[in-house]
Design a protein around this ligand. Structure first.
Ligand SMILES: NC(=O)c1ccc[n+]([C@@H]2O[C@H](COP(=O)([O-])OP(=O)(O)OC[C@H]3O[C@@H](n4cnc5c(N)ncnc54)[C@H](OP(=O)(O)O)[C@@H]3O)[C@@H](O)[C@H]2O)c1
Length: 330
């Protein structure tokens, strides 16, 4: 398994991790037994980086991951997140919280649900505009000192927030959406700040929440309660325009003798060896397909062709509905 450093001189993690969110939430029906098999297969194949969060479920995804890794803690680089509050009775309601006492309570609760004595990488899921980042990261740093957490990360944080956070404690990872159709971090200075500060970009939704695989052909392919039905890129005219872009990627994938999913992942990994990707799947066969992206070698000419087929900013629609966009710290 190809590994990459998490932060400068940081620990090595698998260049492709496994995103576990969709195993419990957001993307329609799920099957815990199959998801557990998928996680264990990932470990068998050398994937170390597993990604979850307390708000996935809410809470049930951490329980699931905890069950899957029982007896295999040493093989896992376990990442989880705090900071988005959800009420299990009404999961659509959201809040962000970066207060120190909340950080401490969340960490203890995550450790318990995951059934582990430490978290390898602990992220603030969304920056709380009401709490100075120094206070939140200060509380996270205390968790490192207490041995409950090994490394710190932020998610969807701005360049300026990263600079301020890094003055309090070393930040090893910044998790943001990054894929052929979500390249905001290149334009808004976040990727440049990561590079200045020696922070690894952990690319979430590297398959465009499944869209870039070409498997989703119509909005109706998604379950009624699937979160993506509310995502502007999966709606009406945007859906059709985006599908045309994916069809161009499919043509290039065919020429490269790989699948569109593999090409999308290979593109992310080719953007720098300070980037790792955490594609999500609930299916063992798709996990195997995605891991084979590590064997797809993209030449400079291939990358140029991909750039022409799917130019920067070409995707129609924003990557979240308005409330989600507002929660991104820019
Ligand atoms: N920090 C944040 O705010 C944030 C936000 C979103 C996600 N994340 C993290 O990032 C991880 C990955 O992102 P994501 O799950 O949103 O999106 P993704 O990895 O871009 O795509 C996942 C979707 O693609 C499908 N898929 C995966 N491999 C496939 C293949 N080879 N062929 C066809 N379909 C395939 C999956 O369906 P099946 O499961 O049915 O295979 C799932 O619906 C999440 O699990 C989560 O841990 C973080």
């Amino acid at each position: 398994m190809l590994t990459r450093s998490l932060g400068k001189q940081g620990p090595r993690v698998s260049a492709l991790g496994l995103g576990c969110m969709g195993m419990s939430d957001f993307y329609g029906p799920h099957d815990d037994a199959q998801s557990i098999s998928t996680i264990r297969l990932a470990l068998d194949q050398g994937v170390s980086l597993l990604d979850t969060a307390d708000m996935y479920g809410p809470f049930t995804n951490e329980l699931l991951v905890g069950r899957a890794i029982e007896g295999r803690r040493g093989e896992v680089f376990l990442a989880t997140k705090f900071g988005i509050m959800r009420d299990p009775a009404d999961p659509a309601k959201r809040g962000v919280n970066g207060r120190p006492e909340y950080v401490r309570a969340c960490c203890d609760a995550s450790l318990k649900r995951l059934g582990v004595s430490y978290i390898d990488l602990y992220y603030q899921h969304r920056v709380d505009p009401a709490v100075p980042i120094e206070e939140t990261v200060g509380a996270m740093a205390e968790l490192v000192q207490a041995g409950k957490v090994r490394f710190l990360g932020l998610s969807e944080a701005s360049a300026q927030t990263l600079e301020r956070a890094a003055r309090v404690h070393r930040i090893s990872a910044l998790q943001s959406e990054f894929s052929l159709w979500s390249r905001d971090v290149e334009a808004d200075g976040v990727l440049a700040a990561c590079r200045r500060l020696g922070i690894t970009l952990v690319a979430y939704s590297p398959l465009g929440r499944g869209f870039l695989t070409g498997v989703i052909k119509r909005p109706e392919d998604l379950a009624e309660d699937d979160f993506r039905r509310h995502n502007p890129r999966f709606q009406g005219g945007n859906f059709s325009l985006n599908l045309q872009l994916v069809e161009r990627v499919r043509a290039l994938a065919t020429a490269k003798r790989c699948t569109p999913a593999q090409l999308a992942l290979a593109w992310v990994l080719a953007q720098g060896d300070d980037i790792v990707a955490i594609p999500g799947t609930r299916h063992p066969a798709r996990l195997t397909e995605n891991l084979a992206a590590l064997e797809v070698d993209l030449s400079a000419a291939d990358l140029q062709e991909l750039e022409r087929a799917f130019p920067l900013g070409a995707a129609a629609g924003t990557r979240y509905p308005p409330a989600g966009m507002a929660a991104v710290n820019r």
